[in-house]
Design a protein around this ligand. Structure first.
Ligand SMILES: Cc1cc2nc3c(=O)[nH]c(=O)nc-3n(C[C@H](O)[C@H](O)[C@H](O)COP(=O)(O)OP(=O)(O)OC[C@H]3O[C@@H](n4cnc5c(N)ncnc54)[C@H](O)[C@@H]3O)c2cc1C
Ligand code: SF4
Ligand code: SF4
Ligand code: SF4
Length: 344
């Protein structure tokens, strides 16, 4: 891993935070050994004197990001030219066999089923996921879950930003020994950087990381409050589910579906998503996405660890799978979106 000079937060990450490159993953806040950073309005803020140890710069995905070295660390090799969505071992389309999961999940429920299986079999003692705020409906809130029931309560996608590393850090404070992490590609990048420093207090507690494929995330104030609440006159408490299938579909509790064209929604894209180049969470153990499949999760199994947990859940009858070749359009879309995000 490249060595970094010891710079203060202002000298290194000042360059990231000020021009809106910072996507608010919270990695710097979580790792600062003296606790001089706080997380305010989706950004790190210096609240006490920085001791110039330089660690925060080493974990920031937006500061001199060494992708080939991180691939070597995660997979033992870098990607081959034909691996257009990153290194992988197996790619399948999967669906939960658990009715409780299918009722509340976003796509095929593969993510929630894996977490529930891992908790039930004691492979993990916690998972960092995203729940929903009591006061601001559909506003994501990082949550540390420790039971299969809690996993269910946090299923489904919230399209605003959820800094799940804060939930992972809660698990570290509670001395959890083996956790799963679920997050967007930028957060998977951060957790790999944490592992490679290495910051053992956090790194050693990660069992497996599930990355959610991601084109962009939207500001809550823009998409939910301004557009859905004020312009469409939908009370955010009445939103049952949001889905993106070439347009945003907002399903309400009464069963009505309101359509927001993606072109309209783009004005609410978080500015820090614009420079992002990772669609499919290319450093995750397992990556999951909907890709227009309707009721199935496209699952890219990238590491040996990811393969072990996925296969055990399959063998236990919790996941139904079919070859991705049966869903050629989803595979084409995966390649297209991965290239588009890299500007190719
Ligand atoms: C911001 C965002 C954008 C996405 N964009 C795309 C896309 O463009 N194309 C695509 O194919 N897929 C996209 N996804 C992934 C997709 O929505 C599903 O999460 C994925 O297919 C897994 O489905 P599932 O039914 O297996 O998950 P579920 O079983 O429903 O589990 C989903 C898990 O994700 C967690 N979660 C929910 N919201 C967030 C959040 N905001 N941040 C972090 N964790 C969260 C939940 O707590 C839960 O653990 C996006 C996800 C997010 C969060
Ligand atoms: S991690 Fe080190 S350099 Fe960064 S803010 Fe904390 S004390 Fe300063
Ligand atoms: S580590 Fe994350 S939160 Fe901190 S400056 Fe970098 S992108 Fe922003
Ligand atoms: S587009 Fe990139 S920066 Fe934005 S939430 Fe998704 S992974 Fe993170």
């Amino acid at each position: 891993m490249p060595k970094f000079p010891k710079l203060s937060f202002a000298e290194s990450l000042g360059e990231v935070v000020l021009p809106e490159k910072c996507m608010g993953c919270a990695a710097c806040v979580v790792v600062c050994p003296v606790g001089c950073l706080d997380y305010v309005d989706e950004k790190p803020v210096e609240v006490e004197e920085c001791k110039v140890c330089g660690i925060c710069a080493q974990v920031c995905p937006r500061y001199e990001f060494p992708l080939p070295a991180l691939e070597e660390f995660t997979f033992g090799r870098t990607r081959k030219p034909e691996e257009e969505f990153g290194v992988y071992r197996r790619i399948v389309v999967a669906r939960s066999q658990d009715e409780d999961v299918r009722r509340v999940c976003q796509d095929g429920g593969a993510v929630s089923s894996l977490l529930r299986f891992a908790l039930r079999t004691n492979a993990i003692d916690g998972a960092a996921v995203s729940g929903t705020s009591e006061n601001r409906p559909f506003h994501p809130v990082p949550r540390l879950v420790t039971t299969p029931e809690e996993v269910l309560k946090c299923a489904g996608t919230k399209y605003s930003y959820s800094p799940n590393l804060l939930a992972f850090n809660e698990g570290v404070k509670q001395k959890k020994t083996s956790m799963a992490f679920v997050g967007t590609p930028c957060q998977i990048q951060a957790i790999r950087r944490i592992q490679t420093v290495p910051l053992r207090k956090h790194a050693e507690r990660l069992n497996f990381a599930v990355g959610l494929m991601c084109t962009e995330s939207f500001t809550y104030e823009g998409l939910i409050e301004k557009h859905i609440k004020d312009e469409l006159n939908i009370n955010p408490r009445d939103i049952k589910k949001m889905n993106i299938k070439a347009k945003i579909l907002v399903t309400t509790e009464s069963g009505d579906v309101e359509v927001i064209p993606l072109k309209t929604a783009k004005q609410y894209t978080r500015a820090s998503c614009l420079p992002c180049t990772d669609f499919s969470a290319e450093l995750a153990d397992i990556s999951a996405g909907g890709l227009g499949l309707g009721g199935w999760t496209l699952s890219i199994i990238r590491t040996k660890k990811g393969e072990e947990i996925f296969e055990k859940a399959e063998e236990a009858g919790l996941l139904e799978t079919k070859p991705v070749e049966e869903e050629g359009r989803a595979l084409d879309l995966l390649v297209r979106l991965s290239k588009k995000k890299r500007g190719e």
